[in-house]
Design a protein around this ligand. Structure first.
Ligand code: DC
Length: 222
């Protein structure tokens, strides 16, 4: 199987670029952030205090996360519930960053991610894919962009969805999440040694997709 690992901070366009690149390659696209979001959603829904280890463990024992792919789109289920649309709120974003610091949570999701990569050609995006989940990935890419650019994109996305948002709030939350994701003890966000870094600050969507595809094709030839 050919595995592409794409890591990077929130809002750098990782998921949408990965999805399009996967589509063009005929690979599946796995958005691992959605898995952390799903567990955060489950904890919120069941009123589980994520700092209470016993309650969290109990929740994980009763929770099955599964993924289905339909027309190139990943659908994530918590037990039988399709949570795709419910995990895209700002509240879940914050909760996902909080819950993803917990080793038990990261361990819980590891096999699911690895199994998908063992069984499929994948473009998998997240924070620790090249470093922890798929250390032997064929291609490792780190997609980034300036915090302001990322906040601007997120702001426009939420406005388009009809949400009432303030740009400075988005930027502040994004900087907070970046700090939390890059400074946590376990699997912190950072480019791995052999990752190709793509900065999308000055690139539009199709230029970003092409930069990713060029990188993958270059490696594929070797
Ligand atoms: O990519 P995203 O914004 O949907 O991810 C949500 C949160 O999940 C993010 O704050 C960090 C965490 N995450 C992680 O720790 N490891 C991953 N592989 C993917 C996401």
């Amino acid at each position: 199987m050919f595995n592409v690992a794409i890591d990077g901070p929130s809002g750098a366009g990782k998921s949408s670029v990965s999805k399009e690149a996967a589509k063009r390659l005929g690979f599946i696209h796995v958005d691992t952030g959605a898995l952390y979001r799903s567990l955060a959603y489950a904890a919120m829904k069941n009123d589980v205090d994520i700092n209470d280890e016993i309650s969290l463990k109990k929740m994980l024992n009763m929770t099955k996360i599964s993924i289905e792919f339909k027309d190139g789109t990943q659908n994530v289920f918590v037990n039988q519930e399709n949570v795709n649309d419910k995990i895209r709120t700002e509240q879940v974003s914050k909760a996902a960053s909080d819950i993803s610091k917990i080793p038990m949570i990261r361990a819980f999701l590891l096999d699911l991610q690895r199994d998908l990569a063992n069984e499929n050609n994948v473009v998998m995006d997240g924070r620790d894919i090249g470093s922890v989940v798929l250390p032997n990935a064929d291609v490792k890419i780190f997609i980034t962009a300036s915090p302001e650019q990322r906040a601007e994109r997120r702001y426009k996305e939420l406005l388009a969805k009809g949400e009432k948002v303030v740009y400075n709030d988005i930027l502040e939350k994004l900087v907070y999440r970046d700090h939390q994701d890059t400074h946590r003890e376990i699997a912190p966000l950072k480019p791995c040694e052999n990752a190709v870094i793509i900065d999308t600050s000055e690139l539009d969507f199709s230029q970003s997709v092409n930069a990713v595809l060029d990188t993958i094709r270059e490696k594929y030839k070797q």
